[in-house]
Design a protein around this ligand. Sequence first.
Ligand code: FAD
Length: 568
Amino acid sequence: RAKGAFHDHPTVTKLLVVLSVSGGGVAAFSDARPFQFGYADAAHDVKKKKVVVLGTGWAGTSFLKSLKDPSYDVHVISPRNYFAFTPLLPSVTNGTVEARSIVEPIRSIVRKKKFDVHFKEAECYKIDTVNKKVCCRSTQENNLGGSEEFTVDYDYLVIAMGARANTFNTPGVVEYAHFLKEVEDAQRIRRTVIDCFERASLPTVSEEEKKRILHFVVVGGGPTGVEFAAELHDFVNEDLAKLYPALKQHVKITLLEAADHILNMFDKRITEFAEEKFQRDGIDVKTGSMVVKVSDKEISTKERSSGKTVEIPFGMVVWSTGIGTRPVIMDFMKQIGQTNRRVLATDEWLRVEGCDSIYALGDCATINQRKVMEDIAAIFSKADENNSGTLKVDDFKGVIKDIAERYPQVQIHLKKNQLRNFLQLLKSKDGEDELNIEKFKQALAEVDKQMKSLPPTAQVASQQGVYLADCFNRMDICEKYPEGPIRFRAAGRHRFRPFRYKHFGQFAPLGGEQAAAQLPGDWVSIGHSTQWLWYSVYASKLVSWRTRLLVISDWGRRFIFGRDSSRI
Ligand code: FAD
């Protein structure tokens, strides 16, 4: 700005012009300086491309952390000014870990960047693709009791707004159940558990009422629901039972799951171990039980086995049945014609389908599998140059290899179902070594049906953030030299390699210092040693040394002094 001001000054400009037309030694100076000034200003005038990032969760933060190219003008908008390490949220619900230990201020994350990143604590309520701007409102009230509204225009928009808890429109859930999605939810659950114990201790409360107040119901047998039930069981048995000995006999934990088993996305061995352990611990696991209504004191379930509706009195309900779409995303999907979908559809370069310069990652988006399958079929047909309808097995294997390289989801699926069986399925009647394309397409449709989109996990979200930042870092170079196999670089393709997810396995903490892990290659590990693996993995994954030290000291404090049951 200083150089610009100097150059803009009329006297200085005139002086430079005079110097530039005079000769001799001055000419040497004049040749260089006016040009240099002009060049500097031109560089200054090149408008930086404005990147607007919506959300500071796993996807948004990993994008920001990995973005290194200073040639962007980066603006971040999120209703929370911190990043939360969600895998430790269940530990916050009982005080094993303090809430502040798992959050990192977004401003201290972006402060480490070598270029300016502007943060606004606000929520985006509308995306205007026509005028390339987002409409936002501040999360804080102004003097008049309303909230400030403003718009931010963009050249590139990165949508990383995550998802909200899914209630399946079950009546009463929003009003009477607790979600476990945000840090505030975990803090609220912690206070409610202590509240229940204090209320049940009052002399006016009947035995029947004590039983109701101390009945904790968890809805959803996925990893979060199971981990929460296990953490609650440990809290009650290791800490609260000592502090409220008279109440121990009244405490009950029930886990409701609509499917036949809990943790059904895990290996069967893990599911069985978890169910047996919960049975031993006295956690009542009710499978085939679908919640139809929640009221202030009762939860109604429809039992699949009997078809009957059962009323269960409770003191606290925690609802953990998966994720749903945020209203702003639904509105955006309507705007761009993606109405019949659950989440935003993107291509494999994370570009929102039907939009220009808009990317979506994390829980709010998914790669459109149908399109992927069509692409695969097209690639396959292309390989059959003579249009014979068949392919040699070896050629087919080559095609499959290309497809698998490009589409990791297919690779995972093919591995699971064994490539050999898949090939068997495709063998034409005529010759053992030839494959029928029609059969391939039918099998493809089958794979399509079975193939699941990427799971909504922190692992996927953070890898997508890193991938997209890497694309942004190399935008110019890849414009000139597009990457990836040549056959995928046809018109309309992106200049980068498509996103590839690398699965590092998943954990299910089961309480009592035991955990289960399903690692790549379907390798399963269960028990106390796995819990120590869990401690080390999560300590290493925390975003900063500050949070790492805080969490480790919280774990140490819990081992030595137990959990704190103060209601603050
Ligand atoms: P989020 O991390 O949810 O971030 C969304 C961001 O968008 C937030 O900053 C939010 O404030 C912001 N936002 C919301 N609305 C707006 C708006 N209108 N405008 C602007 N910004 C907005 N995954 C694992 O891989 N392993 C685990 O062990 C694991 N454990 C979990 C435990 C719990 C209790 C929970 C709830 C989730 C867990 N997950 C785990 C899943 C993981 O947290 C999510 O998949 C991940 O957070 C998704 O990242 P995201 O960036 O898409 O969304």
